[in-house]
Every structure is written in C-alpha cells, then in structure tokens.
Write a protein that binds this ligand. Structure first.
Ligand SMILES: Cc1ncc(COP(=O)(O)O)c(C=O)c1O
Length: 383
C-alpha cells in the first residue's frame, strides 16, 4: 500500500464513522465521474454487486433473457439468474475473445431484455455495433467492464457506452482496494431508481437532503456500499490509476516486442488489439496450439517458479450454466479457447529482466511443442 493510501486509510479510521457514504465515498464518486464523464457512479463492494444492482434497477423478471458471452466470470450470469431470468450464452470473436456481435444479434428474441458485453483483458468490445444493436432492438446494454478501468473505445472511456458500466476494484485488477467495484449509470432517467436500489431500497437520499421526515422501503434493493476505510484505500488508488495503467501498458508492449515473430514460428498466438481500442494492459494472454501444449507450458512455468495461469471455465458448459442458462447453438471459439489460453505474469512493477525470463521459458516450451507436432506429423505420414 502506498504512503498516500496508508495516510488516507488512517484518516478514515481516525474519523470513526466507517459506514459507507461519507467523504471518501464522495471523493471516489468525483474521481469516477472524471474517469467516465457524463455518468453517475455508485461505489459498490464488488463488480458482482454492481452487476446485481443493474439487474435490480431494470427490474429483470423471471423468464426474461439476457444475452452474454460464455467466456466470462460467474458473476456476469449470477446477476441475471438471481432474478430468475435466463442467461443466453453466445460465442466470442476469435481475435479479441470479446462477444461476437453477429452471434449476439442472432440470439435476441422477443424475451430479450438486455445484453451484457465483457471487455475481456481490458480490450473494448465492438461498441459501435453493440450500441447500435441494443438501440435498434430496444434492449438494455450493460458493460461488464470488470477488467477495463481506464480503457477506451475510439478514445471514449469504456463503462460509459452502455446504459450501465460495471467496474471491479478486486485485488486482481489494475486499480484495487482488495474487494470493490462501481456501477456507472449512464442514463439520467435511471439515476433516481439506482439511488433507491443502492440505499437498500429506501429513499434515504431524500431523507439526507431533508426532503422527507423519515425514510422508508420503496423498492427492491440491497447492501452495496463499501465502508469508508475501503473507499479511502480506493480513492488513493484511483489517484494513481493513470500511472498504474501506463506502467502496465508498457510491460504489455514489451511482451509483444519480445514475442514478435514467435507467433508463426512457435505456434503461439499473440493478443489482438483493434485499432479503435485503447487497452489498459490488464492481461497479456497468449494462445497455444492445443491443450496439451498449454498444459506443458504451464508446467514449464510452474517448474521455474513463474505464476502464469489459464483463465475461465466457460459458463455454457459449467454445471450452473447448464442449469440456469442456455446456449445459442454451439460455441466453437469459446470451446477452442478453453484450455489453450495462458496469462503471462503482468503488473505495474514487473521488471524487463523478469519479462525476458518469462519469454525464454515460454519460447522453450513452445519449441518443444513444435518438435512434438512435427514428430507426430512425420509419424502419421509414415503410417
Ligand atoms: C468479467 C468479470 N465480471 C465480473 C467479475 C467479478 O468482479 P468482482 O470480483 O469485483 O466481483 C470478474 C472477476 O474477475 C470478471 O472477470
């Protein structure tokens, strides 16, 4: 924790009033408004909560459908299934691993109330197409921007395109307070309802402004507000967000530079960033030739003490995904990505020497995979 963050947390503790909604929460809200101009942020205890807030605000009902990628975290679908609605899983694009707008459009039915897009690895989905699709079909657009704080599409911040944008400030994210999140409400007509939901379904805000004598239960809501100690920590991190993202983007670019050319020679697929996307260096994910190469590469990393990991188990084939959701047809890209993706170690403090070592191990494992593939091809041509 930086000295600045420690001082702010100490100030919050010394003030004694640790419940949410105080000065540090307001400071976070001001910082988040600056990050996504024109939106109304609500600080939450997680992105999970932010997504659940969004589905409460739109009053999602049993039987409603929500289109989303299968390649995401359980929270994206939980927010829908908890309201009795049905997550409808669609495939992702081969290049960005973000929702495929063509598949998304084909999955819309008269029951569809919303579409959730996930900006995987902090790389923007095709927002031009998705915003147009949701407007034309009159459905709510929710951006699951858990990984995308500080990332842009055509220069505008992600989280500000949909009706809602949900961020995560979990320990694994670029900007973090341990556990935290925010829901950005981008439609003025939904802000008042969002405020009720955020205040556990009560008109507490009106009471605080002296507009009513008492506050009462007005709508379905829940407990979404983090404590002032958490808000103090987050506020200090938000102040450093630009520097953190700059350092991560720099490390990301160095991996790309080191691996340039390896994509064709070593059967490694490197990440693709569309020209419209300004990414935030959240994840550098490579793809291997097949699952066997992936497992052997992960083992090589493990044996050299390098913490590299694969990512999601897709939702459409998970036990809860099969129970609560349904897929639109087969999802071949999602299936192919599963078990062939590796996230290289990446944070704002990683050194170039550490990155060079990671790439050395990766290329060594990849060359072994090449040799095995050649040997097996020769074996089958002789047979
Ligand atoms: C796409 C996506 N959505 C939501 C979440 C949940 O975020 P949180 O841990 O802040 O609830 C995650 C977690 O990593 C995620 O990857």
């Amino acid at each position: 924790m930086s000295a600045h963050a420690q001082a702010d947390v100490s100030r919050a503790l010394a003030a004694g009033a640790l419940q949410g909604g105080g000065a540090f929460t307001e400071r976070c809200h001001a910082q988040l408004r600056e990050a996504v101009p024109g939106s109304r942020p609500f600080l939450t205890t997680s992105c999970t909560d932010a997504l659940e807030m969004a589905t409460l605000i739109i009053g999602l009902n049993p039987g409603d459908e929500v289109v989303m990628p299968s390649w995401t975290f359980s929270s994206t679908a939980n927010a829908v299934a908890l309201r009795g609605a049905v997550p409808v899983f669609v495939d992702i694009r081969e290049d960005t691993l973000n929702i495929d707008p063509v598949q998304a459009a084909a999955a819309v039915t008269p029951r569809t109330r919303a579409l959730v897009c996930v900006h995987y690895a902090g790389v923007g989905c095709d927002m031009d197409t998705l915003v147009g699709l949701c407007r034309d079909r009159n459905i709510t657009l929710i951006e699951d921007a858990a990984q995308a704080f500080g990332a842009t599409w055509n220069g505008a911040p992600l989280g500000g395109f949909g009706d809602f944008g949900a961020f995560s400030f979990h320990a694994s994210k670029n900007v973090s307070c341990g556990e935290g999140g925010a829901l950005h409400v981008n439609r003025a007509d939904l802000v008042q309802r969002a405020d009720l939901v955020w205040h556990k379904g009560t008109d507490r805000s009106r009471f605080d402004r002296g507009e009513v004598q008492r506050y009462e239960w007005c709508a379905l809501g829940s407990s979404f507000t983090p404590s002032e100690a958490t808000a103090a920590l987050l506020s200090a991190q938000l102040a450093e967000a630009a520097a953190i993202n700059r350092a991560r983007r720099c490390a990301w670019a160095y991996y790309a530079e080191l691996l340039e050319g390896a994509g064709s020679t070593a059967h490694l697929r490197l990440p693709h960033i569309p020209v419209e996307a300004g990414h935030n260096g959240h994840i550098f994910a490579i793809r291997t030739l097949d699952q066997d190469a992936c497992e052997r590469t992960l083992e090589a990393f493990r044996s050299h003490g390098i913490d590299a990991r694969t990512h999601y188990r897709p939702l459409h084939s998970s036990p809860a995904g099969r129970h609560y959701g349904r897929s639109r047809g087969r999802l071949p890209v999602t299936d192919a990505v599963t078990g062939t993706l590796i996230r290289l170690p990446l944070d704002a403090a990683i050194t170039r020497t550490e990155q060079e070592y990671v790439v050395e191990i990766l290329l060594g494992a990849s060359r072994s995979a090449d040799r095995r593939a050649r040997a097996s091809a020769q074996g089958s041509s002789r047979a």
